[in-house]
Ligand binder design. Structure first.
Ligand code: ZN
Ligand code: ZN
Length: 185
């Protein structure tokens, strides 16, 4: 995916860790392209989770301007200050645990987007179970922007549920959502 400088996280459609490669972990990412199609790219764990925060080496994808920019010590430092204050670049609501949790993009498994909202399937980094959240675009695309309130599907998914984007979308758009506050304490 090098050179694809205009891909926002909300344009990702699926994120899947490839078996085998562990150091670094490698993820196959399918994303919706400006050409109208969907393409696959490979990202390392660092590129997926840290580059948007300016903490990677070399260049980073600035998710706020959707531009690849020289690694700014400033954004990296700013991110460090936020995280030390207990503010997380991304968060989601874990329904099985009934609590908000911090998360990184590598835990997003499936995404879909409309003009106003992004549907997210997240595998909880803590309990490993799946949750479906409905959030705003900035919640996903702008690190440290966390919606105050999000939509949560009140359903416990089997471990092997939601394996395809089609199944995920069908589940998402037929589901009813319950509002949850997302304040991380
Ligand atoms: Zn394309
Ligand atoms: Zn959980």
């Amino acid at each position: 995916m090098r050179g694809e400088t205009h891909v926002l996280l909300s344009a990702f459609r699926s994120i899947e860790q490839l078996p085998g490669a562990a150091h670094p972990a490698v993820f196959r990412v399918r994303f919706a392209c400006g050409c109208g199609g969907e393409h696959d790219g490979l990202l390392t764990h660092e590129e997926l989770d840290w580059a948007p925060l300016g903490l990677g080496a070399g260049e980073f994808l600035n998710l706020m301007t959707a531009r690849l920019e020289p690694a700014g010590a400033e954004l990296g430092e700013l991110a460090a200050v936020h995280i030390k204050r207990g503010e997380w670049p991304w968060s989601f609501f874990c329904y099985p645990e009934e609590r908000p949790r911090p998360v990184f993009p590598s835990s997003f498994t499936l995404l879909t987007a409309t003009d106003g909202t992004v549907g997210l399937a997240v595998r909880c980094p803590s309990c490993r179970r799946l949750s479906l959240n409905l959030v705003s675009h900035p919640h996903v695309d702008v690190p440290f922007h966390n919606d105050r309130q999000i939509g949560v599907v009140e359903h416990l998914f089997a471990d092997d549920a939601l394996t395809t984007l089609e199944a995920f979308r069908a589940e998402l758009w037929s589901a009813t959502f319950d509002a949850r506050r997302l304040a991380l304490e």
